[in-house]
Design a protein around this ligand. Sequence first.
Ligand SMILES: [Zn+2]
Length: 101
Amino acid sequence: MKNVEKKREHEKKVVTTMICLYCRGNHGTKKPCLECEELIKYACFRTDKCPRMATKTFCSQCPSKCYKPDMMDRITKVMRYSGPRLMLHHPIMVMKHMFVK
Ligand SMILES: [Zn+2]
């Protein structure tokens, strides 16, 4: 697997974890609710299609606006909530994400 593909897979995993964390904390469900499930699918789809995978870090921090505005809004909230928590609970996951080039 090429590095870009590895990065892509990893980003999808991190995004999914973040959305699950957010859902658990904000919607009180063990499994992602329908709304969050939709967001996971959307985020993975965008990651699959991302033309800047090799250069960017996260879709949420990417200058090319491939997210629809309302999805962007939702993912921004997720990142704001889950970002610091993920650092606490899965530091290795985040570190890996930052250093996989
Ligand atoms: Zn939810």
